[in-house]
Write a protein of this length. Structure first.
Length: 93
């Protein structure tokens, strides 16, 4: 599949982008290369290949006391019961 100048201009119009002629040519070339790479990946064998497994680096969530809680809460513009008070940002409808 080849990306034409018209394709790039159409995409730019959808994205509300103003592109120079040089940018249109550059994007057409770049997008064509990207789609060519994706096409190559689609044709690579995937069946039977071992997954590239990495060990999980996530840790279990655990509540821990903060050592300088008073310092942090005192720095907040507003606080109540060791918590930051913030303006409501979601309507309860």
């Amino acid at each position: 599949m080849s990306i034409s100048r018209d394709d790039v201009l159409h995409i730019a119009k959808l994205a509300h982008l103003a592109l120079s002629d040089e940018e249109v040519d550059a994007f057409a070339k770049d997008l064509d290369a990207i789609l060519g790479y994706v096409e190559r990946l689609k044709n690579e064998p995937g069946e039977g290949a071992e997954p590239h497994a990495l060990p999980s680096r996530f840790r279990e969530d655990e509540a821990r006391p903060w050592p300088n809680l008073d310092t942090i809460v005192d720095a907040a513009p507003e606080s109540s019961e060791n918590m930051f008070r913030v303006p409501r940002s979601i309507d309860e409808r």
